[in-house]
Write a protein that binds this ligand. Structure first.
Ligand SMILES: NC(=O)c1ccc[n+]([C@@H]2O[C@H](COP(=O)([O-])OP(=O)(O)OC[C@H]3O[C@@H](n4cnc5c(N)ncnc54)[C@H](O)[C@@H]3O)[C@@H](O)[C@H]2O)c1
Length: 446
Protein backbone atom coordinates (compact mmCIF):
# COMPACT_ATOMS: atom_id res chain seq x y z
CA UNK A 1 0.00 0.00 0.00
CA UNK A 2 1.26 3.53 -0.83
CA UNK A 3 2.18 5.83 2.09
CA UNK A 4 -0.73 8.06 1.09
CA UNK A 5 -3.28 5.23 1.42
CA UNK A 6 -1.71 4.03 4.68
CA UNK A 7 -2.03 7.52 6.15
CA UNK A 8 -5.63 7.94 4.97
CA UNK A 9 -6.48 4.56 6.50
CA UNK A 10 -4.90 5.64 9.81
CA UNK A 11 -6.87 8.89 9.71
CA UNK A 12 -10.15 7.16 8.92
CA UNK A 13 -9.66 4.61 11.71
CA UNK A 14 -8.72 7.44 14.15
CA UNK A 15 -5.46 5.65 14.95
CA UNK A 16 -3.43 8.59 13.56
CA UNK A 17 -1.80 10.82 16.15
CA UNK A 18 -2.63 14.47 15.46
CA UNK A 19 -0.12 17.22 16.22
CA UNK A 20 -1.01 20.89 16.60
CA UNK A 21 1.89 23.33 16.60
CA UNK A 22 0.91 26.62 18.33
CA UNK A 23 -1.88 26.42 20.91
CA UNK A 24 -3.48 29.86 20.73
CA UNK A 25 -6.83 31.22 19.46
CA UNK A 26 -6.60 28.97 16.39
CA UNK A 27 -4.61 25.92 17.49
CA UNK A 28 -6.37 25.10 20.75
CA UNK A 29 -9.97 24.94 19.42
CA UNK A 30 -8.71 22.84 16.49
CA UNK A 31 -6.84 20.48 18.84
CA UNK A 32 -10.04 19.90 20.80
CA UNK A 33 -12.10 19.25 17.67
CA UNK A 34 -9.68 16.45 16.76
CA UNK A 35 -9.73 15.10 20.32
CA UNK A 36 -13.54 15.13 20.33
CA UNK A 37 -13.49 13.26 16.99
CA UNK A 38 -11.63 10.42 18.73
CA UNK A 39 -7.97 11.13 17.91
CA UNK A 40 -5.03 11.24 20.27
CA UNK A 41 -3.81 14.86 20.00
CA UNK A 42 -0.42 16.23 21.02
CA UNK A 43 -0.18 20.01 21.13
CA UNK A 44 3.31 21.52 20.81
CA UNK A 45 3.94 25.09 21.94
CA UNK A 46 7.12 26.98 22.85
CA UNK A 47 5.42 28.62 25.84
CA UNK A 48 5.84 26.60 29.03
CA UNK A 49 3.19 28.74 30.72
CA UNK A 50 0.60 27.83 28.04
CA UNK A 51 1.58 24.14 28.04
CA UNK A 52 1.49 23.78 31.85
CA UNK A 53 -1.89 25.50 32.11
CA UNK A 54 -3.39 23.32 29.36
CA UNK A 55 -2.11 20.10 30.96
CA UNK A 56 -3.79 21.31 34.17
CA UNK A 57 -7.05 21.60 32.19
CA UNK A 58 -7.04 25.42 32.27
CA UNK A 59 -7.99 27.18 29.04
CA UNK A 60 -6.50 30.59 28.16
CA UNK A 61 -8.83 30.99 25.18
CA UNK A 62 -12.27 32.50 25.82
CA UNK A 63 -14.06 30.30 23.26
CA UNK A 64 -12.60 27.06 24.70
CA UNK A 65 -14.29 25.79 27.84
CA UNK A 66 -11.98 24.67 30.64
CA UNK A 67 -14.39 21.80 31.37
CA UNK A 68 -14.13 20.41 27.80
CA UNK A 69 -10.34 20.79 27.85
CA UNK A 70 -10.03 19.10 31.26
CA UNK A 71 -12.27 16.26 30.02
CA UNK A 72 -10.01 15.59 27.01
CA UNK A 73 -6.84 15.84 29.13
CA UNK A 74 -8.27 13.42 31.68
CA UNK A 75 -9.35 10.99 28.94
CA UNK A 76 -5.77 11.02 27.61
CA UNK A 77 -6.98 12.46 24.28
CA UNK A 78 -5.15 15.78 24.58
CA UNK A 79 -1.71 16.52 25.92
CA UNK A 80 0.47 19.62 25.52
CA UNK A 81 4.27 19.65 25.34
CA UNK A 82 7.26 21.93 24.78
CA UNK A 83 9.37 18.93 23.71
CA UNK A 84 9.77 19.06 19.91
CA UNK A 85 10.94 15.43 19.74
CA UNK A 86 7.30 14.46 20.44
CA UNK A 87 6.67 15.49 16.81
CA UNK A 88 8.12 12.10 15.89
CA UNK A 89 4.89 10.55 17.21
CA UNK A 90 2.65 12.76 15.05
CA UNK A 91 1.07 11.47 11.82
CA UNK A 92 -0.59 14.75 10.83
CA UNK A 93 0.66 18.16 11.94
CA UNK A 94 -1.30 21.41 11.69
CA UNK A 95 0.66 24.62 12.27
CA UNK A 96 -1.07 27.63 13.84
CA UNK A 97 1.75 29.92 14.94
CA UNK A 98 1.62 33.73 14.77
CA UNK A 99 2.29 35.62 11.54
CA UNK A 100 2.75 39.22 12.67
CA UNK A 101 4.05 42.16 10.66
CA UNK A 102 7.43 43.75 11.22
CA UNK A 103 7.47 47.51 11.97
CA UNK A 104 8.12 48.05 8.26
CA UNK A 105 4.87 46.19 7.50
CA UNK A 106 6.81 43.30 5.96
CA UNK A 107 5.79 39.74 6.94
CA UNK A 108 7.55 38.46 10.05
CA UNK A 109 8.00 34.78 9.25
CA UNK A 110 10.14 33.94 12.31
CA UNK A 111 7.48 31.74 13.95
CA UNK A 112 6.57 29.83 10.77
CA UNK A 113 10.24 29.22 10.01
CA UNK A 114 10.96 28.04 13.56
CA UNK A 115 7.99 25.65 13.39
CA UNK A 116 9.06 24.40 9.95
CA UNK A 117 12.62 23.82 11.19
CA UNK A 118 11.37 21.84 14.19
CA UNK A 119 9.13 19.72 11.95
CA UNK A 120 11.99 19.21 9.45
CA UNK A 121 14.21 17.92 12.28
CA UNK A 122 11.57 15.46 13.48
CA UNK A 123 9.68 14.45 10.35
CA UNK A 124 9.54 10.94 8.92
CA UNK A 125 7.90 9.38 5.85
CA UNK A 126 4.12 9.00 5.93
CA UNK A 127 3.29 12.32 7.62
CA UNK A 128 0.93 15.14 6.60
CA UNK A 129 1.95 18.75 7.37
CA UNK A 130 -0.63 21.54 7.03
CA UNK A 131 0.17 25.22 7.47
CA UNK A 132 -2.84 27.12 8.88
CA UNK A 133 -1.20 30.45 9.76
CA UNK A 134 -2.39 33.29 7.54
CA UNK A 135 0.37 34.22 5.11
CA UNK A 136 1.28 35.49 1.63
CA UNK A 137 0.72 33.32 -1.48
CA UNK A 138 3.76 31.12 -2.04
CA UNK A 139 4.72 30.55 1.62
CA UNK A 140 3.90 26.84 1.75
CA UNK A 141 5.82 26.10 -1.44
CA UNK A 142 8.72 28.52 -0.87
CA UNK A 143 9.32 28.22 2.90
CA UNK A 144 7.77 24.95 4.06
CA UNK A 145 8.54 22.60 1.18
CA UNK A 146 12.37 23.06 1.27
CA UNK A 147 12.45 22.24 5.00
CA UNK A 148 10.80 18.88 4.37
CA UNK A 149 12.86 18.19 1.27
CA UNK A 150 16.03 18.94 3.24
CA UNK A 151 15.05 15.96 5.42
CA UNK A 152 15.29 13.84 2.24
CA UNK A 153 11.51 13.54 1.79
CA UNK A 154 9.62 13.79 -1.51
CA UNK A 155 6.44 15.90 -1.31
CA UNK A 156 3.34 14.03 -2.44
CA UNK A 157 5.00 10.61 -2.10
CA UNK A 158 6.80 10.39 1.28
CA UNK A 159 5.23 13.38 2.99
CA UNK A 160 2.16 15.44 2.23
CA UNK A 161 2.10 19.23 2.48
CA UNK A 162 -0.93 21.54 2.30
CA UNK A 163 -2.21 24.95 3.27
CA UNK A 164 -5.56 25.35 5.00
CA UNK A 165 -6.51 28.82 6.21
CA UNK A 166 -8.14 29.19 9.60
CA UNK A 167 -11.30 31.28 9.49
CA UNK A 168 -12.28 31.20 13.17
CA UNK A 169 -14.12 34.32 14.35
CA UNK A 170 -13.51 34.59 18.13
CA UNK A 171 -16.67 35.32 20.09
CA UNK A 172 -19.00 34.35 17.21
CA UNK A 173 -21.87 32.38 18.81
CA UNK A 174 -22.94 30.72 15.53
CA UNK A 175 -19.84 30.02 13.45
CA UNK A 176 -17.00 28.10 15.08
CA UNK A 177 -14.08 25.86 14.11
CA UNK A 178 -16.38 22.87 13.51
CA UNK A 179 -19.13 24.37 11.33
CA UNK A 180 -17.13 26.93 9.34
CA UNK A 181 -16.25 25.43 5.93
CA UNK A 182 -12.52 24.64 5.67
CA UNK A 183 -10.49 25.40 2.53
CA UNK A 184 -7.69 22.91 1.74
CA UNK A 185 -5.07 23.15 -1.01
CA UNK A 186 -2.08 20.78 -1.33
CA UNK A 187 1.25 21.01 -3.13
CA UNK A 188 0.18 17.94 -5.15
CA UNK A 189 -3.17 16.22 -5.70
CA UNK A 190 -2.11 13.51 -3.20
CA UNK A 191 -1.43 16.21 -0.59
CA UNK A 192 -4.90 17.74 -1.09
CA UNK A 193 -6.49 14.30 -0.84
CA UNK A 194 -4.80 13.44 2.48
CA UNK A 195 -5.46 16.88 4.00
CA UNK A 196 -9.13 16.71 2.93
CA UNK A 197 -9.44 13.26 4.54
CA UNK A 198 -7.97 14.64 7.76
CA UNK A 199 -10.28 17.64 8.17
CA UNK A 200 -13.36 15.69 7.06
CA UNK A 201 -13.01 13.58 10.22
CA UNK A 202 -13.92 16.45 12.50
CA UNK A 203 -15.22 19.45 10.52
CA UNK A 204 -18.63 19.73 8.88
CA UNK A 205 -17.52 20.94 5.43
CA UNK A 206 -14.18 20.74 3.63
CA UNK A 207 -13.62 22.65 0.37
CA UNK A 208 -10.62 21.38 -1.63
CA UNK A 209 -8.98 23.88 -4.03
CA UNK A 210 -6.38 23.33 -6.73
CA UNK A 211 -3.22 24.27 -4.81
CA UNK A 212 -1.53 25.94 -1.87
CA UNK A 213 -1.32 29.40 -3.51
CA UNK A 214 -5.09 29.36 -4.14
CA UNK A 215 -5.80 28.38 -0.53
CA UNK A 216 -3.42 31.08 0.74
CA UNK A 217 -5.07 33.70 -1.44
CA UNK A 218 -8.62 32.71 -0.41
CA UNK A 219 -7.90 33.86 3.14
CA UNK A 220 -6.30 37.10 1.97
CA UNK A 221 -9.22 37.87 -0.34
CA UNK A 222 -11.68 37.34 2.56
CA UNK A 223 -9.84 39.64 4.94
CA UNK A 224 -8.97 42.24 2.29
CA UNK A 225 -12.69 42.28 1.39
CA UNK A 226 -13.49 43.10 5.01
CA UNK A 227 -10.77 45.71 5.36
CA UNK A 228 -11.79 47.48 2.14
CA UNK A 229 -15.50 47.48 3.00
CA UNK A 230 -14.86 48.72 6.53
CA UNK A 231 -12.63 51.42 5.01
CA UNK A 232 -15.42 52.38 2.62
CA UNK A 233 -18.05 52.63 5.34
CA UNK A 234 -15.65 54.58 7.60
CA UNK A 235 -15.12 57.06 4.78
CA UNK A 236 -18.91 57.22 4.36
CA UNK A 237 -19.15 58.08 8.07
CA UNK A 238 -16.79 61.02 7.53
CA UNK A 239 -18.79 62.04 4.45
CA UNK A 240 -22.10 61.84 6.37
CA UNK A 241 -20.65 63.84 9.23
CA UNK A 242 -19.68 66.63 6.88
CA UNK A 243 -23.11 66.52 5.21
CA UNK A 244 -25.01 66.39 8.50
CA UNK A 245 -26.62 63.07 7.55
CA UNK A 246 -27.01 60.15 9.97
CA UNK A 247 -24.77 57.33 8.66
CA UNK A 248 -26.60 54.65 10.65
CA UNK A 249 -29.92 55.58 9.08
CA UNK A 250 -28.29 55.51 5.63
CA UNK A 251 -26.79 52.05 6.25
CA UNK A 252 -30.00 50.56 7.67
CA UNK A 253 -32.00 51.88 4.73
CA UNK A 254 -29.40 50.62 2.19
CA UNK A 255 -29.49 47.21 3.89
CA UNK A 256 -33.17 46.82 2.99
CA UNK A 257 -31.99 46.14 -0.57
CA UNK A 258 -32.32 42.37 -0.89
CA UNK A 259 -29.40 41.99 -3.32
CA UNK A 260 -26.12 43.68 -4.21
CA UNK A 261 -25.47 45.28 -0.82
CA UNK A 262 -23.76 43.88 2.27
CA UNK A 263 -23.98 45.69 5.58
CA UNK A 264 -20.76 46.99 7.16
CA UNK A 265 -20.74 49.51 10.00
CA UNK A 266 -18.27 52.30 10.82
CA UNK A 267 -16.33 52.49 14.05
CA UNK A 268 -13.16 53.69 15.76
CA UNK A 269 -10.85 51.64 13.50
CA UNK A 270 -9.97 47.99 13.02
CA UNK A 271 -8.25 45.58 15.40
CA UNK A 272 -7.41 41.96 16.06
CA UNK A 273 -4.71 39.72 14.68
CA UNK A 274 -6.28 39.44 11.21
CA UNK A 275 -7.99 42.35 9.42
CA UNK A 276 -5.34 45.04 10.13
CA UNK A 277 -2.47 42.67 9.24
CA UNK A 278 -3.45 40.10 6.63
CA UNK A 279 -3.97 42.43 3.64
CA UNK A 280 -0.41 43.71 4.15
CA UNK A 281 0.91 40.19 3.54
CA UNK A 282 -0.60 40.41 0.07
CA UNK A 283 0.53 44.02 -0.43
CA UNK A 284 4.10 42.97 0.46
CA UNK A 285 4.06 40.00 -1.91
CA UNK A 286 2.80 42.21 -4.73
CA UNK A 287 5.49 44.83 -4.02
CA UNK A 288 8.06 42.11 -4.70
CA UNK A 289 6.38 41.74 -8.12
CA UNK A 290 6.36 45.52 -8.74
CA UNK A 291 2.60 45.88 -8.27
CA UNK A 292 0.95 48.30 -5.86
CA UNK A 293 -2.26 47.02 -4.26
CA UNK A 294 -4.13 50.35 -4.12
CA UNK A 295 -7.36 49.19 -2.44
CA UNK A 296 -5.37 47.65 0.43
CA UNK A 297 -3.29 50.79 0.98
CA UNK A 298 -6.28 53.15 0.81
CA UNK A 299 -8.44 51.08 3.19
CA UNK A 300 -5.56 50.85 5.63
CA UNK A 301 -5.04 54.63 5.47
CA UNK A 302 -8.71 55.39 6.19
CA UNK A 303 -9.08 52.75 8.90
CA UNK A 304 -5.90 53.87 10.69
CA UNK A 305 -7.16 57.46 10.70
CA UNK A 306 -10.35 56.59 12.61
CA UNK A 307 -8.92 56.83 16.17
CA UNK A 308 -7.88 60.41 15.35
CA UNK A 309 -11.41 61.08 14.02
CA UNK A 310 -12.80 59.82 17.34
CA UNK A 311 -10.43 62.01 19.35
CA UNK A 312 -11.40 65.07 17.30
CA UNK A 313 -15.04 64.28 18.14
CA UNK A 314 -14.17 64.15 21.84
CA UNK A 315 -12.34 67.48 21.60
CA UNK A 316 -15.28 69.11 19.84
CA UNK A 317 -17.75 67.74 22.38
CA UNK A 318 -15.65 68.98 25.29
CA UNK A 319 -15.20 72.33 23.58
CA UNK A 320 -18.97 72.74 23.42
CA UNK A 321 -18.93 72.33 27.21
CA UNK A 322 -16.23 75.04 27.39
CA UNK A 323 -13.66 72.43 28.36
CA UNK A 324 -10.30 71.46 26.86
CA UNK A 325 -9.06 67.92 26.31
CA UNK A 326 -6.06 68.92 28.42
CA UNK A 327 -7.06 68.25 32.03
CA UNK A 328 -10.39 66.58 31.23
CA UNK A 329 -11.18 63.15 32.62
CA UNK A 330 -12.23 60.78 29.84
CA UNK A 331 -13.79 57.39 30.53
CA UNK A 332 -13.23 54.95 27.64
CA UNK A 333 -15.81 52.16 27.52
CA UNK A 334 -14.45 48.97 25.94
CA UNK A 335 -10.83 48.39 24.94
CA UNK A 336 -11.06 44.91 23.34
CA UNK A 337 -10.92 45.17 19.56
CA UNK A 338 -14.51 44.02 19.16
CA UNK A 339 -17.68 43.31 21.09
CA UNK A 340 -17.86 40.56 23.75
CA UNK A 341 -14.29 39.29 23.49
CA UNK A 342 -11.14 39.80 25.60
CA UNK A 343 -8.59 40.20 22.77
CA UNK A 344 -6.82 43.58 22.67
CA UNK A 345 -4.39 42.90 19.85
CA UNK A 346 -4.21 45.94 17.52
CA UNK A 347 -7.27 47.39 19.24
CA UNK A 348 -8.07 50.94 18.04
CA UNK A 349 -8.88 51.75 21.70
CA UNK A 350 -5.14 51.81 22.35
CA UNK A 351 -4.68 54.56 19.76
CA UNK A 352 -7.69 56.50 21.07
CA UNK A 353 -6.27 56.37 24.62
CA UNK A 354 -2.74 57.25 23.47
CA UNK A 355 -3.98 60.25 21.45
CA UNK A 356 -6.16 61.54 24.29
CA UNK A 357 -3.29 61.18 26.77
CA UNK A 358 -0.87 62.93 24.41
CA UNK A 359 -3.27 65.89 24.46
CA UNK A 360 -3.26 65.97 28.25
CA UNK A 361 -6.48 64.10 29.06
CA UNK A 362 -6.68 61.96 32.18
CA UNK A 363 -7.95 58.68 30.69
CA UNK A 364 -9.51 55.79 32.60
CA UNK A 365 -11.17 52.76 31.03
CA UNK A 366 -13.79 50.17 31.82
CA UNK A 367 -13.90 46.80 30.07
CA UNK A 368 -15.63 43.78 31.65
CA UNK A 369 -13.44 41.44 29.56
CA UNK A 370 -10.07 43.18 30.02
CA UNK A 371 -9.40 43.73 33.73
CA UNK A 372 -5.93 45.10 32.98
CA UNK A 373 -3.36 45.48 30.25
CA UNK A 374 0.25 46.62 29.93
CA UNK A 375 1.54 49.07 27.37
CA UNK A 376 4.93 50.74 27.16
CA UNK A 377 5.77 49.42 30.63
CA UNK A 378 2.62 50.91 32.21
CA UNK A 379 -0.17 48.86 33.70
CA UNK A 380 -3.70 50.06 32.97
CA UNK A 381 -6.46 48.71 35.21
CA UNK A 382 -10.17 48.72 34.38
CA UNK A 383 -12.20 50.95 36.72
CA UNK A 384 -15.54 49.76 38.08
CA UNK A 385 -18.44 51.28 36.16
CA UNK A 386 -19.98 53.00 39.19
CA UNK A 387 -22.43 55.89 39.05
CA UNK A 388 -19.66 58.10 40.50
CA UNK A 389 -17.18 57.10 37.78
CA UNK A 390 -19.68 57.91 35.02
CA UNK A 391 -20.73 61.23 36.58
CA UNK A 392 -17.16 62.24 37.30
CA UNK A 393 -15.99 61.87 33.68
CA UNK A 394 -16.01 65.00 31.54
CA UNK A 395 -16.64 62.70 28.58
CA UNK A 396 -17.46 59.02 28.15
CA UNK A 397 -16.29 57.45 24.87
CA UNK A 398 -17.90 54.19 23.76
CA UNK A 399 -15.11 52.49 21.78
CA UNK A 400 -16.23 48.84 22.06
CA UNK A 401 -19.91 48.11 22.61
CA UNK A 402 -19.86 45.00 24.83
CA UNK A 403 -23.44 43.77 25.25
CA UNK A 404 -23.35 43.44 29.05
CA UNK A 405 -22.77 47.16 29.64
CA UNK A 406 -25.87 49.12 30.68
CA UNK A 407 -25.70 52.00 28.19
CA UNK A 408 -29.00 53.45 29.42
CA UNK A 409 -27.36 54.07 32.80
CA UNK A 410 -24.32 55.61 31.08
CA UNK A 411 -26.52 57.95 29.04
CA UNK A 412 -28.62 58.82 32.10
CA UNK A 413 -25.61 59.86 34.18
CA UNK A 414 -22.91 61.10 31.79
CA UNK A 415 -22.43 64.73 30.81
CA UNK A 416 -21.14 63.94 27.33
CA UNK A 417 -21.13 60.57 25.55
CA UNK A 418 -19.18 60.10 22.33
CA UNK A 419 -20.66 56.99 20.74
CA UNK A 420 -18.51 55.42 18.03
CA UNK A 421 -20.69 52.29 17.68
CA UNK A 422 -24.29 53.55 17.69
CA UNK A 423 -24.81 51.73 21.00
CA UNK A 424 -27.03 54.51 22.33
CA UNK A 425 -29.27 54.94 19.27
CA UNK A 426 -32.46 53.51 20.68
CA UNK A 427 -32.07 54.71 24.27
CA UNK A 428 -34.05 57.32 26.16
CA UNK A 429 -32.23 60.61 26.46
CA UNK A 430 -30.32 61.29 29.68
CA UNK A 431 -28.99 64.41 31.30
CA UNK A 432 -26.09 64.94 28.91
CA UNK A 433 -25.47 65.05 25.21
CA UNK A 434 -24.73 62.15 22.90
CA UNK A 435 -22.30 62.79 20.09
CA UNK A 436 -22.30 60.19 17.35
CA UNK A 437 -19.25 59.29 15.29
CA UNK A 438 -21.16 60.47 12.26
CA UNK A 439 -24.59 62.02 12.27
CA UNK A 440 -26.45 65.27 11.96
CA UNK A 441 -24.78 66.90 14.94
CA UNK A 442 -23.66 70.42 15.76
CA UNK A 443 -20.09 69.14 15.61
CA UNK A 444 -20.20 68.03 12.01
CA UNK A 445 -16.70 69.19 11.19
CA UNK A 446 -14.49 66.08 11.38
N1 LIG B 1 -6.99 34.81 16.17
C1 LIG B 1 -7.80 34.71 15.14
O1 LIG B 1 -8.95 35.09 15.22
C2 LIG B 1 -7.33 34.12 13.83
C3 LIG B 1 -8.28 33.81 12.86
C4 LIG B 1 -7.86 33.25 11.67
C5 LIG B 1 -6.51 33.06 11.42
N2 LIG B 1 -5.58 33.39 12.37
C6 LIG B 1 -4.17 33.14 12.06
O2 LIG B 1 -3.76 31.97 12.77
C7 LIG B 1 -2.40 32.09 13.16
C8 LIG B 1 -2.28 31.90 14.67
O3 LIG B 1 -2.98 32.95 15.30
P1 LIG B 1 -3.47 32.88 16.81
O4 LIG B 1 -4.42 34.01 16.98
O5 LIG B 1 -3.92 31.49 17.14
O6 LIG B 1 -2.09 33.19 17.58
P2 LIG B 1 -1.84 33.09 19.16
O7 LIG B 1 -0.82 34.11 19.46
O8 LIG B 1 -3.13 33.09 19.91
O9 LIG B 1 -1.19 31.63 19.35
C9 LIG B 1 -0.02 31.26 18.75
C10 LIG B 1 0.69 30.24 19.65
O10 LIG B 1 1.85 29.79 18.94
C11 LIG B 1 2.90 29.62 19.88
N3 LIG B 1 4.16 29.60 19.14
C12 LIG B 1 4.94 30.62 18.70
N4 LIG B 1 6.00 30.16 18.05
C13 LIG B 1 5.93 28.80 18.08
C14 LIG B 1 6.73 27.77 17.55
N5 LIG B 1 7.82 28.03 16.84
N6 LIG B 1 6.35 26.50 17.78
C15 LIG B 1 5.23 26.24 18.50
N7 LIG B 1 4.43 27.17 19.00
C16 LIG B 1 4.76 28.44 18.79
C17 LIG B 1 2.72 30.76 20.85
O11 LIG B 1 3.38 30.51 22.07
C18 LIG B 1 1.19 30.83 20.97
O12 LIG B 1 0.73 30.02 22.04
C19 LIG B 1 -1.93 33.45 12.66
O13 LIG B 1 -1.34 33.30 11.42
C20 LIG B 1 -3.22 34.23 12.52
O14 LIG B 1 -3.12 35.25 11.55
C21 LIG B 1 -5.97 33.90 13.57
Amino acid sequence: MQLKDQLIAKIESRSACIGIVGLGYVGLPLALEFAKAGFKVIGYDVSERVVNALNDGKSHIQDVSGAELAKQVKAGKFEATTDESRMQEMDAISIAVPTPLAKTRDPDMRFVLAAADAIGRNCRPGVLVVLESTTYPGTTRELMQPKLEAAGLTIGEDVFLAFSPERVDPGNPIWNTKNTPKIVGGITANCTEVATALYETCLDTVVPVSGTETAELVKLLENTFRSVNIGLVNEMAIVCDKLGVNIWEVIDAAATKPFGFMKFTPGPGIGGHCIPLDPHYLAWKMRTLNYKTRFIDLASEINSEMPAVVVRKVAQALNEEKKAVNGSRVLVLGVAYKRDIDDMRESPALDVIRLLESQGAEVVYHDPYVPKYREDGHEHVSVALTDEEITRADAVVIVTDHTIVDYQRVVRLAGVVVDTRNATAKLAKGKGRIVSLASASPYATV
